[in-house]
Write a protein that binds this ligand. Structure first.
Ligand code: MG
Length: 371
């Protein structure tokens, strides 16, 4: 019998990336993408690289949690034991979980383990995880930010339509409901009926305002209303869903499978949007997707298209990939986007070709732990 494979070293790196365009919404702006990279080298000589991100704060805390508490527990483990490792690390950080910092750190580990596993099996991730669809519809968010005026929104959405995108997301949450309606009506009029418009409030409304805005948006044929209220307010979402025909989407601010279960059990959402970094990696992301399938609910993940395109292609109920390119500066691979669809990479592993010489030049952190 051959000796089991073990994790021999872990390298942690951080690269900060400026946003490609100015990105603003109802509650925040995207300052910088703190990109947190974890590379594990195993005794079989195969490496796996995973990553997570923030939009400007907390990156150093994630790196410290990984360096001081999680990475030392990974060394010597069998990388095939993905579920056991996830559970062990989660319980090891019990008093700081569920929480964003812990979930992002777990995502770095978990996505690296899946990269290693897929490389070892010489399979692209989307096939290893299920191989449900060879391409996924794609919509863009890059032309719909909240600071843009109606003319600019119309111009950018028409440009996206001309490029072949099948839908576009427009941020809502201007001070008065009439401003949101004016912006959305201008876009709908310009693009016509055959193009999907998603809207996103980024948790900007309280309950009465969410009900009011949803009522005012009726007739615009919106594909969904995303994060209308605080993510914690499951009852509020359930109430809204009972009063509007617009599909209600939630998920980018949820950090554990159980939060999705509660929304689904209570019929409080129409679409789930797990973010593979914020949910703690591929292992819990796939569970959310399959759970949602059982409820007849589509999955339309948040951001991170470079990884989500493979996860969407893996499961049958993924409906859309969100187009926000962000890794171009530090990768050499590009997703094929054509005719309104995105194709998952066919290369083994996550399918992300990191540009290591560039990363080396730009990295703020580079530290290695050995067994
Ligand atoms: Mg959103």
């Amino acid at each position: 019998m051959t000796a089991p494979v073990t994790i021999e070293s872990i390298r942690l790196r951080q690269v900060n990336l400026p946003p490609k365009v100015v990105r603003t919404d109802a509650i925040q702006s995207f300052v910088t993408q703190e990109t947190l990279l974890l590379t594990l080298r195993c005794s079989d000589g195969v490496e796996g690289t995973g990553y997570a991100y923030t939009i400007g704060t907390g990156g150093s805390s994630v790196m410290a949690l990984l360096h001081d508490h999680l990475a030392p527990r990974l060394l010597g483990r069998n990388p095939l034991h993905v579920e056991a490792i996830w559970k062990d690390l989660f319980f090891h950080t019990h008093a700081t979980a569920v929480g964003a910092i812990t979930s992002l750190a777990l995502a770095c580990v978990d996505t690296a383990l899946w990269d290693w596993r897929a490389r070892r099996q010489d399979l692209p991730l989307w096939q290893l995880l299920g191989g449900a669809q060879s391409r996924v519809p794609v919509y863009t968010t890059e032309g719909g930010w909240l600071h843009l005026g109606a003319d600019e929104l119309v111009a950018q959405t028409l440009a996206a339509q001309a490029q072949g995108f099948r839908g576009a997301k427009i941020k809502v949450g201007r001070p008065h409901v009439s401003e949101d309606v004016a912006r959305l009506s201008a876009v709908r009029e310009a693009v016509g009926p055959g193009f999907d418009i998603m809207v996103d409030a980024n948790q900007g409304f309280n309950r009465p305002e969410a009900l009011r805005r949803a009522a005012a948006f009726a007739g615009l044929d919106l594909a969904w209303l995303e994060e209308p209220m605080a993510a914690e307010d499951v009852s509020g979402h359930r109430q809204l869903r009972g009063q509007t025909a617009i599909p209600v989407a939630v998920g980018e601010s949820m950090y554990h499978l159980s939060q999705f279960r509660e929304y689904l059990e209570r019929g409080a959402c129409s679409i789930v949007q797990p973010d593979v970094a914020r949910i703690g990696g591929i292992t819990p992301w796939i569970k959310v997707a399959h759970l949602a399938e059982g409820f007849g609910v589509p999955v339309c993940p948040h951001f991170l298209m470079e990884l989500h395109v493979s996860l969407c292609a893996a499961v049958p109920n993924a409906a859309w990939v969100e187009y926000i390119p962000q890794l171009d500066d530090i990768t050499t691979s590009r997703i094929r986007v054509e005719g309104g669809y995105a194709w998952p990479p066919e290369t083994p592993g996550l399918g992300i070709a990191w540009d290591w010489p560039v990363i080396e030049k730009r990295q703020l952190v580079d530290t290695t732990l050995n067994q």
